[in-house]
Design a protein around this ligand. Structure first.
Ligand code: RI2
Length: 365
């Protein structure tokens, strides 16, 4: 059933729920799913006018955007697809939007393969990598290294609270990589037999700060102390355009039950409804650039302090909410929907061609 008024297709709502509940997760995977959902919206839309079609696509984008706040790949993907919503009839708009979404998804895959080749150059035969959480960009580097005949071993942090390190362990074992799974607190002990810390990113700020799964910052500091290089594998889709103008990155806080189940809470506290035991569950942290040795993208590897050069090259002058109408777009009707207010349009942050301005800083959390 479509919701009255917004006419958002069920596929979009299903995708939004899957992202919010982390059935679909990982910055690149979220971007891919969001692009696919916009394509579905375009295909299934029953809009009778171009204005109604555009309004529906923007409403769908907003629905998807509001699921999780930290991974910039999501708004970057939405903005890219909406930027391709061109045409003067519904049929033209539909086919242009679907084609744009499909191109985005293909480019994303190709970009990750290129990134893997860049990252693999940092790995030598016999290296031991330590991973945190589950990152398809980081794993692309390992996959390429294996394809090139290098033997790689992995020390995999389980990554509380959701134990997403288990996903990494499963993937690495499928590739026949020897895996040692450790609890997060054991990482410093294992750094003395680690050649590289290899992690992904949800967002990269213009100053080279890396926003990634909670625990990355502590790992990077411990790695610096142990003299182990830290590599961040992050396609350009993870570059956060707003940080170029000083905006911070919002850190998602997730449900306390991920850390402490209601049943266990009751066991821990004598009093019924004791609210003096507080659980804090920030999902991400910010690693300052001084603890990062290289950011690996599909365009090459960069010292974190120079990532702003790439951002300036890739991004345009301004950014806007993904659903903001483009400045050159004909006015749409103003009734309902999620029309933006005509703010400036960002160039599309796509792995192949993206969009930018001045340095900013990520939230230090
Ligand atoms: P790829 C994940 O976030 C992890 O923090 C991971 O490092 C990052 O996305 C990037 O993943 P979450 O969605 O894009 O699990 O490299 O909270 O796959």
């Amino acid at each position: 059933m479509k919701e009255q008024g917004t006419e958002i297709e069920p596929t979009v709502r299903e995708t939004a729920t899957a992202i919010a509940e982390m059935d679909v997760r990982g910055a690149a995977t979220i971007a891919d799913a969001a692009a696919a959902a916009l394509a579905a919206q375009a295909r299934e839309s029953t809009a009778e006018t171009p204005a109604a079609f555009r309004r529906q696509l923007r409403s769908a984008a907003r629905e998807l955007y509001e699921t999780r706040p930290t991974a910039v790949s999501l708004p970057n993907a939405l903005r890219y697809v909406l930027r391709g919503m061109e045409g003067s009839t519904v049929a033209e708009l539909r086919s242009a939007t679907v084609a744009r979404a499909e191109a985005f998804r293909t480019d994303l895959q190709e970009a990750q393969a290129r990134l893997g080749r860049v990252g693999s150059n940092r790995l030598r035969d016999g290296d031991v990598v330590m991973t945190h959480c589950h990152s398809t960009d980081a794993l692309a580097c390992v996959e390429t290294a294996l394809a090139e005949g290098k033997e790689i071993e992995a020390i995999v942090k389980e990554t509380r609270p959701r134990n997403q390190g288990h996903i990494t362990a499963t993937q690495l074992r499928e590739w026949d990589v020897p895996v040692t799974l450790i609890v997060d607190g054991a990482a410093p002990r294992f750094l003395d037999r680690t050649d590289h810390v290899l992690v992904g990113a949800d967002s990269v700020a213009a100053d080279g700060s890396v926003v990634n799964k909670i625990g990355t910052r502590g790992l990077a500091i411990a790695a610096r102390d142990a003299g182990v290089p830290v590599t961040v594998a992050a396609g350009t889709l993870k570059l956060h355009p707003d940080t170029m103008t000083g905006h911070t990155v919002e850190i998602e806080t997730r449900d306390a039950a991920e850390v402490l189940s209601p049943e266990r809470r009751t066991e821990l506290t004598a009093a019924e409804g004791d609210d003096e035991l507080t659980v804090a569950n920030p999902a991400f942290d910010v690693t300052p650039p001084r603890y990062v040795d290289a950011i690996v993208t599909e365009h090459g590897q960069f010292p974190p302090e120079s990532i702003v050069v790439l951002m300036r090259e890739l991004f345009g002058e301004t950014t806007a909410e993904p659903w903001a109408p483009r400045v050159d777009e004909e006015p749409t009707d103003t009734t309902g929907g999620a029309n933006g207010t005509g703010a400036g349009d960002a160039n599309p942050p796509n792995p192949r061609d993206a969009s930018g301005t001045e340095t900013g800083d990520a939230d230090r959390n």
